[in-house]
Design a binder for this molecule. Sequence first.
Ligand code: 13P
Length: 264
Amino acid sequence: MTAAAHTSAFRRPIIAANWKMHKTAQEAVSYGQKLLAGISGVTGVEVVVCPPFTALAALGPVLSGSDVALGAQNVHWEAAGAYTGEISAAMLVDAGCRYVIIGHSERRAMGETDEQVACKVKAAAAAGLTPIVCVGERIEDRRAGRTEELVTAQVRAALAGVAPEIAAKIVVAYEPVWAIGTGEHASPAEAGRVIGLIRSAVEATCGTHAASCVRIQYGGSVNAENIGGFLAEPEIDGALVGSASLDAGSFARIVRRAQEVKGS
Ligand code: 13P
């Protein structure tokens, strides 16, 4: 089966906020309250908010009982030990997380490797967290015509040894590095094309069922004005949003637009 043959009908759209290194615990609480008010009535879209570690404990109780899930921005692959400054998957579960971003390009740029990403994916899934695995090419890779090769290699490495039934449940975020925080986003058609290639890489690594189920987001300068174009692409199942997620009203508009375009 080719990637194009994978139907999107049963993949629930997922919009995630990556706050990166922004907001105190108190700011997270008022954001959470405002977001819940701003998206009340939205049922067809899964929503995830990933604050810094220090705001998880404060934001968790605000979101609990709602459909908005809590996520973290990183995890260590070991269960415990002498790893100063690191956080385990079990600690994230304990803090109320259901998701964790893994392999963001801002971490890869600081030295995180494909092998570490793969270890983190396995540790997170084993603890019951849903990994949001980030892949994407740098501008020099794109100019050199290496986008497909690079992104495919990242997906294969991240999913190596991951059981198909686990792979089916993860989320992949295609974030071209040159589109992050630049205001210069990929065209929806190009994002859809690369995401189709990513789905094929999932198929090659974990099989057809996993490829049909895995949800693949686009990320990179997404906002309320352009989200509709991305979600109109059948291969694109959602978005990972940075800057435009920092304001609760702006993120709520993105979620509501996603509901209009893709929610059912
Ligand atoms: P921006 O939406 O600010 O471009 O960031 C995207 C991103 O890196 C989300 O993980």
